[in-house]
Write a protein that binds this ligand. Structure first.
Ligand code: COA
Length: 451
């Protein structure tokens, strides 16, 4: 390294040396998703013979690491998951290791300080610059709070990780140890857009005027929404997750927050001139876009996703996806019955925040039906709009906080509407094959009594 010597050599250790510092009873917090420390996490199981009761908190883990996938790790490790992914679901079902932590994402790290304050933080970063700063790159969702609280901070230097700005800038003095671990950054595939996605995207696009500020959630549909917005102008971004679709919007000239500080169009009142997010996850195209891009600010999730912060933007449009909606407007986006599927994430944060914004709206989008696998291997089509939520389903967004619900059959507004009217509106956007059944069930369970 040139310039001032930050004594990196003395701080640089091997994965084995890092693992030797972990002890029984530790509370490890891992950086989120593509920012995770894959060198340490992939080898954590090797210290099982000498540790017990080590808790590891993660959000959207990218690797199928043995410390939580191998049932023999129970008692040595407990995996506290802020968001379930397919391997975490498998770990939960097949071992006693993984358990979901109910959370609103903007509080996840802060609430960890109450349950199990971190003793060790592990994440990844860029190589240090000449001033001694690294970038923790793809997430500031809870990382800074956890680094501040932990006794031991270990970062893996990945030369391929994008250099990002905002709350991701960390001085090497804040880090106890570095490990060199260069590898391709974890990427996720983008599902192809189908006809249902396009219809939903177009229904939502009708409500989004030029000059709106966008939040787009996780899942297939939000990606289609960006495709339907490519003709809009002067949009800005204040989102939990930065996605490939947002890069497409930027490249199509839809985003003005880069240049609108003195312009007449901007509706952002905070960090104007930046696209704001708490983390980024997508393909290499997204990571190339973010690398060295001062137009994107990756800021602390406790600020980005705080509904009050979101509500301070004007014309804030929040677009999220769901698994099941009942006829009163209760939204389940994270479980299939009692089985945890994903997580609350920032769905409630952003939906509530958008409705606090002047001119803001929240959209919950879902297909009208799902083809679900039966125990005998056959598939059955069910309505995702249901008379009641499936027994055990988690309410991700309370019915009092629901604004628009959108399917491929239309968009209806529930905000302020009584249950009898909600029933009518939701049935109008259900799949036609299920409308008579929904009407009958609504009557049977007494949802139409006020008519
Ligand atoms: N009952 C049973 N199964 C259902 C179902 C229902 N009501 N609805 C969907 N499914 C099944 C689907 O058939 C699919 O199964 P498959 O994988 O076998 O095909 C699976 O559940 C996933 O459904 P899909 O619609 O493809 O999900 P998605 O990838 O688009 O993600 C959510 C949708 C809701 C899971 C995702 O958006 C989420 O986790 N949201 C909560 C967090 C959030 O919104 N955060 C916002 C800020 S980023």
């Amino acid at each position: 390294m040139t310039g001032i010597n930050f004594n990196m050599a003395a701080k640089t250790i091997s994965v084995e040396e890092a693992l030797s510092k972990i002890k029984s009873g530790d509370s490890i917090v891992s950086a989120l998703a593509a920012a995770e420390a894959s060198g340490i996490l992939s080898q954590l199981h090797t210290i099982a013979p000498k540790v017990k009761d080590v808790r590891v908190a993660t959000c959207l883990p990218m690797g199928n690491y043995p410390y939580y996938m191998d049932p023999a790790m129970e008692g040595h490790f407990y995996h506290d998951a802020w968001f379930f992914t397919p391997p975490v679901r498998k770990s939960h079902d097949e071992s006693g290791i993984s358990s979901y932590v109910p959370n609103h994402l903007h509080r996840a790290g802060l609430d960890r300080l109450i349950f199990a304050p971190p003793t060790v933080f592990v994440g990844s970063c860029t190589p240090p610059d000449k001033h001694g700063y690294v970038s923790i790159s793809l997430s500031a969702t809870y990382e800074r709070e956890m680094m501040n609280a932990a006794d031991l901070v270990i970062l893996e230097i990945n030369e391929k990780t994008p250099l990002t700005f905002g709350d991701t800038t960390v001085h090497v003095d804040e880090v106890d140890y570095f490990i060199n671990n260069t590898h391709d950054v974890h990427a996720i595939g983008i599902p192809p857009i189908n006809d249902r996605d396009l219809k939903i995207g177009n229904f939502i696009a009708d409500y989004i005027e030029d000059g709106c500020c966008l939040q787009l959630g996780i899942g297939g549909i939000p990606n289609a929404v960006t495709a339907a917005l490519l003709h809009k102008r002067n949009l800005s971004i204040h989102t939990e997750m930065f996605t490939d679709g947002m890069v497409d919007l930027y490249n199509a000239g839809c985003i003005s927050s880069q240049s609108s500080f003195y312009g007449k169009h901007f509706h952002r009142q905070q960090l104007t001139g930046k696209m704001v997010c708490a983390f980024a996850l997508g393909t290499q195209k997204l990571y190339d876009f973010l690398d060295g891009n001062p137009g994107v600010a990756i800021m602390r999730g406790c600020w980005v996703n705080n509904p009050y912060t979101i509500g301070n933007n004007k014309k804030m449009m929040s677009i999220n996806t769901s698994l099941e909606v009942d006829l009163t407007g209760q939204i389940c986006s994270e479980s299939i019955g009692p089985k945890q599927f994903s997580g609350t994430g920032g769905q409630a944060d952003t939906a509530i925040g958008a409705q606090m914004s002047e001119g803001g709206k929240s959209f919950i989008a879902l297909y009208s039906t799902a083809d679900i696998k039966q125990p005998d291997g056959t598939r059955k089509t069910i309505s995702k709009i249901t008379p009641s939520l499936t027994l055990g389903a988690a309410v991700t967004l309370h019915r009092s906080n629901v604004d628009y619900v959108v399917t491929e059959y239309g968009a209806v507004r529930l905000k302020g509407a009584p249950i009898s009217e909600r029933v009518k509106r939701l049935i109008s956007i259900a799949h036609p094959d299920f409308r008579a059944w929904l009407e009958e069930e609504a009557g049977r369970i007494g949802l139409l009594k006020s008519r």
